[in-house]
Ligand binder design. Structure first.
Ligand code: 0A1
Ligand code: ZN
Length: 884
């Protein structure tokens, strides 16, 4: 009988029945409680008999007592929803193992043993997509953070590093390709149409980096020769039919490998690097050693089906996962509280890579925009946590913008203070000192301190304190000497009522109004609650440009005349500061308008100032279009809401839309001319053509806001003339918000045209769910019962419901229908995929910062979720914190 079809009967151990029921409130895991493991597992051999509906796993662990451990006799092997079919120690079947909740405990004396455990899995029934699961006819694994324990019993913690040998066997017709980490060491044919393969990974790794993939796959192949002369085989594996959309991913991988050698001196360390694209995946991608598993979304691209933004995201994520090979795999994390050690650093590395591949200033602006939209609200809400959290209930909830993006900003500040060269000395020392280890954030900071020659004593507060620092600034000038007075405060966050001042590096320059230039940029570090800085030769009335390049992830508070911001938007030589001036001009106006209210004359005056700056940007022949595209973006509504203690989302939306329409009318001629000019640029992947496409849709957005009929006409023309997805999606986005016949025509055409292409159908869902159409809630409801909607596929769920949760019109519907919809989704999705369900809670968790009527509705929705029995640990933690 084929081993894969053997029934999955757990071993009869009477003690299973006696095991205590799982506790009601999930335990809180604390950073300060860290203890080294009692037992180590230097080697593991895994034997898989693969089947989509039944897979058996035999795991042989060589365990050795940890000299640095507490000497415990008990070997704790973590499990999650698995039971042992059989347990052997040193070749003997044993019965005196016991379960402690989900974990398997074995009493062991002596120093070293071989433990063999057999488990039986049902991959096709694994809807959580953690552990071993079936996706689109293939088998794949996801083990970070705690998925390995869903495959076999193991000390599933990142400080237990093992050398893995993997054997897998399965039906050749179903699984013609068999992949695991490292190198394939042997393969052969079995009986009854089966075949097998053996893989060995020479690099010791934690269990979260284990991966296995089996299925019908086809590769786009290339080779890369490393700086040390090693030839590496590279493969991007996809489902047959998708191979024509893999070249960009492969090119991005090659570019990443080269860039990491040149920029960080890091060389790849195996002869093979495999990437596999899967359609059902909870996150973006996963850096398993030598076998990265990717969401198809971050692999597949061609001009017809992927936008320029998709191309950029693929390049960034391919880089990110590749860079993890050093920042994450060669040096991993001691425990999950150190997650930012690998993630913050790797995000910084991918940001620098993307900047080097494209436009550095545009990339910086995009990164700051993401930080402000995704991380600032986190930092000011009930789920705020430091980049190195102190406690958690469910680690999956800590894959956050704070750990990733703020983590990157914190390391970027070290780089800014050290300068590029000294920072490199710091990272060289880090890689050398900790290679092969499971390290801590403290190890990283110490290495940068020693290698770069910085004193980071006080800087360590960035790792322990949550909250976005507020810096208020004022400038006084006397006799050519300017005095910049700065005051910082770090807001209270849950569990951290009091904060200490942190070192805040600020790049500043003082501009002379007449010449439009400055006498040189300075880097100042504000490390006290209050301080002042003196600048000589500043002229009599200079204009301050501060936090240039966004040198620190803080909010600057400074009331400034519109004229100064218009000046900086036009003259600042730091492109980020130009963007920032434009944003501040708009933020200042909109916040005043929705806050205290403006009379008509004041509103008009504010709009005029913005219109003047916008007009200059629309027509400036010196500006490249990619940068023009950034400067023309209005601040996001969520960022505007951040500026107010309590916001009225309806008022923010109305005021922002009002400004958009006003600009569309005011600059109608210029915008139509711009749209015409860029529409004539032929398709290419060059920066100029990408810039043209970016402003094409933006111009269309303003045109449609000012004159919906003209918007519908031009939008439909752009849709029909589109030779690429960027133009087609842009046009459809604009049409989706309009109440016009062209909307329905284009939506129907899009669905028919891309039938069968899941990633493009995702776009069709999210464009409608994100639209500003007055009946958007009805549209979303209809889409939820569309035959193409599938609750089991995270990409599809996100395309409909994340777009809805981020859509101010739908989500903040005054009757609370949007909140109800997201609440219902969380309750329905939780039993299927708790990790994805938990990601939706934060949107409702913002209730304290929203006007009272809506706040009550949001809170009621959270309470309704909390009242549901059997909530997952993931959702329970987020809901409890959001209500608390
Ligand atoms: N380490 C990955 C992120 C990741 C985390 C958890 C996952 O489980 C579903 C998957 C991926 C990264 O930073 O890319
Ligand atoms: Zn990562």
């Amino acid at each position: 009988m084929d081993i894969a079809s053997r029934p999955a009967e757990p071993a009869q151990n009477p003690q299973i029945a006696d095991a205590a029921p799982a506790p009601q409130a999930p335990p809180v895991i604390r950073r300060e409680d860290y203890l080294p493991p009692a037992w180590l597992v230097p080697e593991i051999a895994l034997d898989f008999a693969l089947g989509l509906d039944a897979t058996t796993v035999v795991s042989r662990l060589s365990v050795r007592r940890n000299p640095a451990g507490n000497g415990a006799q008990t070997l704790r092997l973590n499990g999650d929803q698995i039971s042992p079919v059989a347990v052997h120690v040193d070749g003997e079947a044993i019965n005196d193992w016991r379960m402690d909740g989900p974990d398997l405990l074995i009493e062991l004396s002596g120093e070293a043993h071989e433990v063999r455990v057999e488990t039986a899995l049902v991959p096709s029934g694994n809807s959580q997509l953690m552990g071993l699961y079936a996706s689109n006819g293939m088998l794949c694994t996801q083990c970070e953070a705690e998925g390995f324990r869903r495959i076999t019993f193991f000390p599933d913690r990142p400080d237990v590093l093992s050398t893995y040998s993997v054997r897998m066997a399965g039906a050749k017709a179903t699984f013609p390709i068999l992949l695991a980490n490292g190198n394939c060491t042997a393969q052969g044919e079995g009986e009854n149409g089966t075949h097998w393969a053996e893989w060995h990974d020479p690099w010791p790794k934690p269990s979260y980096l284990f991966a296995l993939v089996a299925g019908e796959l086809i590769a786009n192949h290339a080779t890369f020769t490393t700086m040390g002369g090693r030839t590496v085989d590279l493969n991007v594996w996809v489902r047959p039919g998708d191979e024509g959309r893999t070249q960009h991913a492969l090119d991005s991988l090659i570019a990443s490998m080269k860039w990491d050698e040149e920029t960080f001196g890091r060389e790849y360390d195996l002869d093979l690097f495999n990437i596999v694209a899967v359609s059902d995946f909870n996150m973006g991608a996963m850096e398993n050693k030598g076998l990265n598993v990717f969401n198809t979304r971050y692999v597949l691209a061609d001009p017809e089906t992927a936008t320029d933004a998709d191309y950029d995201a693929i390049e960034g994520v391919i880089g990110h996962e590749y860079f993890h090979n050093w920042s994450g795999n060669r040096i991993t994390c001691r425990d999950w509280f150190q997650l930012s050690l690998k993630e913050g650093f790797t995000v910084l590395r991918d940001q620098l890579f993307s900047a080097a591949m494209g436009s550095e200033p545009v990339k910086r602006i995009e990164d700051v925009r993401v930080l402000r939209i995704a991380q600032f609200p986190e930092d000011s809400g009930p789920l705020a946590h430091p980049i190195r959290p102190d406690s958690y209930q469910e680690i999956s909830n800590f894959y956050t913008a704070t750990v990733y993006n703020k983590g990157a900003e914190v390391i970027r500040m070290m780089r800014t203070m050290a300068g590029e060269e000294r920072f490199r000395q710091g990272t060289d020392l880090y890689f050398e000192r900790h290679d092969g280890e499971a390290a801590t954030c403290e190890d990283f900071v110490k290495a940068i301190e020693d290698g770069a020659g910085l004193d980071l004593t006080q800087f360590r507060l960035w790792y322990s304190q949550a909250g976005t620092p507020q810096v208020s600034a004022s400038l006084k000038v006397e006799n050519g000497t300017a005095v910049l007075s700065l005051r910082q405060s770090v807001p209270a966050t849950p569990g951290q009522p009091e904060k200490q001042p942190m070192p805040i590096p600020l790049r500043v320059a003082l501009f002379d109004r007449a010449s439009g230039t400055h006498g040189g940029e300075s880097l100042i570090v504000l490390d006290k609650a209050e301080d002042s800085f003196t600048f000589d030769g500043a002229g009599h009335d200079p204009i301050l440009s501060i936090n240039r390049g966004f040198s620190a992830p803080v909010s600057i508070e400074m009331a400034r005349p519109d004229a100064d911001l218009v000046f900086l938007a036009a003259h600042d030589d730091d492109p980020f500061a130009r963007y920032e001036a434009m944003q501040s001009l708009v933020v200042q106006h909109l916040v005043a308008a929705v806050g205290s209210g403006l009379n008509e004359a004041q509103r008009e005056a504010g709009r005029e100032a913005i219109g003047e700056a916008f007009g200059a940007i629309v027509t400036d022949p010196e500006l490249d279009d990619l940068m023009r595209g950034e400067l023309l973006l209005l601040p996001a509504e969520s960022y505007l809401a951040e500026q107010l203690l309590v916001s009225d989302p309806g008022a923010i939306h109305a005021e922002r839309e009002g400004l958009k329409a006003w600009l569309g009318r005011k600059l109608g001629g210029e915008l139509r001319a711009l749209h015409d000019r860029v529409s004539a640029v032929p398709y290419s992947r060059e920066a100029a053509a990408r810039g043209a496409r970016k402003v094409k849709t933006q111009a269309l957005v303003y045109i449609a806001a000012g004159d919906p009929a003209e918007g519908a006409r031009r939008g439909y023309a752009q849709y029909q003339a589109a030779s690429c997805m960027t133009d087609r999606q842009g046009a459809l986005m604009v049409l989706a918000s309009l109440d016009c016949p062209e909307r329905e025509l284009a939506l129907a055409d899009f669905l028919a045209r891309y039938e069968g292409n899941a990633l493009v159908i995702d776009k069709w869902f999210s464009l409608q769910a994100g639209s500003l159409h007055p009946r958007v809630l009805d549209h979303i409801k209809a889409l939820a019962s569309h035959p193409e909607f599938r609750m089991s596929n995270p990409n599809r769920v996100r395309s409909l419901y994340m777009a809805a949760a981020m859509n101010p019109v739908a989500f903040h519907d005054p009757d609370g229908e949007g909140y109800r919809m997201i609440g219902d989704l969380i309750r329905r999705l939780d039993p299927i995929n708790p990790q994805t369900a938990a990601r939706f809670v934060a949107s409702l968790g913002r209730w304290r910062r929203v006007e009272p009527q809506r706040a009550a509705l949001m809170r009621a929705e959270l309470e309704r979720i909390a009242a549901q029995a059997d909530l997952s640990r993931d959702v329970r933690e987020q809901v409890t914190k959001s209500l608390g």
